[in-house]
Design a protein around this ligand. Structure first.
Ligand SMILES: *Cc1c(COP(=O)(O)O)cnc(C)c1O
Length: 435
């Protein structure tokens, strides 16, 4: 590399090594790219790591540049801003984070948000108008269900759903009904569904969508990929156009931040970005910086959590005080769910449902006896968490719907972390003994 004089012409400034995405025809893996991709140290005093850019606005080189940037931000010129303008629109930390997040799903682009829910809300606001129909898989994350039914409902948007495990024929039938109900502007999926763990056949949804719609009427398919993404599930490879994340969970991974993301097709994300620019649901620079640190260890953390979960579930399965273990690694060979799993997933994750023998009394005794696992809702952190959905996250769900979804009083939801697997097994052993 040549040394180049900096703009003052006094101190020679060494340019950073050029950005590499491949070496000798070998495409570099996300785990390699997480340490440098999208960041040019020369733009930050040659700092190895990106500083946190705490600023609300950015200085233009000249008036013409200011005009050019605003043409990008307002959509007068397609493709977004080509420079930094104002921190409600973008910022260096967010842009580096978005470049890196996109790498995990080999996506054209990524956007990040102040929470998983603000990502989902911004997506919906960008895609739907009064009279439109959202077709969705069920169940969805509870706040997403309220957003669709209660909040968008106030603005004349309707919905129709199909169960997560639906077949191509069942999805076809729902699309026929949806088209009769109004203009279908979005197909929204969540897989695996929370807390049933039922997987959606994204390939079947894509085929059904492509058969039912043509031309400008083809609705995009977006999917909440929080539970298995980005390591064990890459739904854009199976027909989804957008993959949505609560980055609060595995991507953040340390239970110390709240954020969201969407990766996928640029043409769709351009529409979502316009909405985000308008309402200001972008993630903040500090959180974006924390996520850059998180993504460096994403593969290590998720791999370890996945291995731990496999060991813990093998131990729990068949334990005399356990009724069943709802873990994706135990899907019946030959079953439809197993077929979906084999086509769409590369790992079973580390979040599962433990059904104890008994009811609430037994579930609470187990939870209260745990010493390593913390009693808290959420998932995907370095620490193991356990909770009772029927009494906590799903307390307000009507009883018949709870029953239909398998949210029974003896259900304990567990998210396994990166601790020592045998220590976790020792903890579960003593907690089961305490029931
Ligand atoms: C947590 C979660 C969300 C919401 O994300 P927040 O970051 O809490 O706003 C959405 N979907 C799924 C599947 C989740 O687990």
């Amino acid at each position: 590399m040549e040394n180049e004089a900096d703009i003052t012409g006094t101190t020679p400034r060494r340019r950073p090594k050029p950005h590499v995405l491949e070496i000798g025809g070998r495409k570099l893996k996300p785990s390699t790219l997480m340490m440098g991709h999208g960041f040019d140290p020369a733009l930050s005093e040659n700092s190895l790591k990106a500083p946190i850019f705490l600023t609300s606005t950015f200085v233009f080189e000249n008036a013409a540049a200011g005009k050019r940037h605003f043409e990008g931000v307002t959509g007068k010129r397609p493709g977004g801003a080509d420079g930094l303008v104002y921190s409600r629109f973008n910022g260096p930390n967010q842009e580096i984070l978005e470049d890196r997040l996109a790498v995990w799903e080999d996506a054209e682009e990524a956007l990040t948000f102040s929470s998983g829910m603000s990502a989902i809300a911004t997506l919906f606001l960008a895609m739907v108008k009064p009279g439109d129909v959202i077709v969705h898989s069920g169940p969805l994350y509870a706040a997403t269900e309220s957003l669709i039914a209660r909040i968008l409902g106030k603005f004349g948007v309707t919905y129709i759903d199909f169960p997560a495990g639906a077949t191509r024929e069942e999805i076809d039938a729902v699309l026929v009904k949806a088209k009769a109900q109004g203009n279908v502007s979005l197909i929204y999926l969540e897989s695996p569904a929370n807390p049933t763990n039922a997987l959606v056949d994204v390939e079947a949804v894509r085929d059904a969508r492509d058969a039912a719609f043509s031309g400008d009427d083809v609705p995009p398919i977006a999917i909440d990929n929080t539970f298995l993404g980005p390591l064990w599930s890459k739904p854009c490879e199976h027909g989804a156009d957008l993959s949505v994340y609560s980055l609060t969970k595995y991507a953040g991974g340390h239970s110390d931040l709240v954020a969201g993301g969407i990766v996928g097709k640029k043409a769709l994300l351009d529409q979502v970005r316009m909405m985000r620019n308008t309402i200001g649901t972008i993630t903040d620079p500090n959180t974006a910086w924390m996520l850059l640190r998180s993504l460096e260890t994403l593969e290590l953390r998720m791999s370890r959590a996945g291995e731990n979960a496999e060991k813990v579930c093998a131990y729990l399965n068949g334990h005399p005080k356990v009724e069943t273990v709802g873990y994706l690694g135990f899907l019946e060979p030959g079953s439809r769910q197993r077929d979906i799993y084999d086509r769409h997933c590369t790992g079973a994750g580390s979040t599962f449902s433990l059904y104890l023998k008994g009811g609430e009394k037994e579930a609470f005794a187990f939870l209260d006896a745990l010493k390593i696992a913390k009693l808290a809702v959420s998932l995907g952190g370095t620490e193991t968490l356990a909770s009772a959905p029927a009494a906590m996250t799903h307390l307000s769900v009507p009883d018949d719907r709870k029953q239909a979804l398998g949210i029974t009083d003896n259900l304990v939801r567990i998210s396994i972390g990166v601790e020592d697997a045998d220590d976790l097994i020792a903890d579960f052993t003593q907690a089961l003994d305490a029931i």
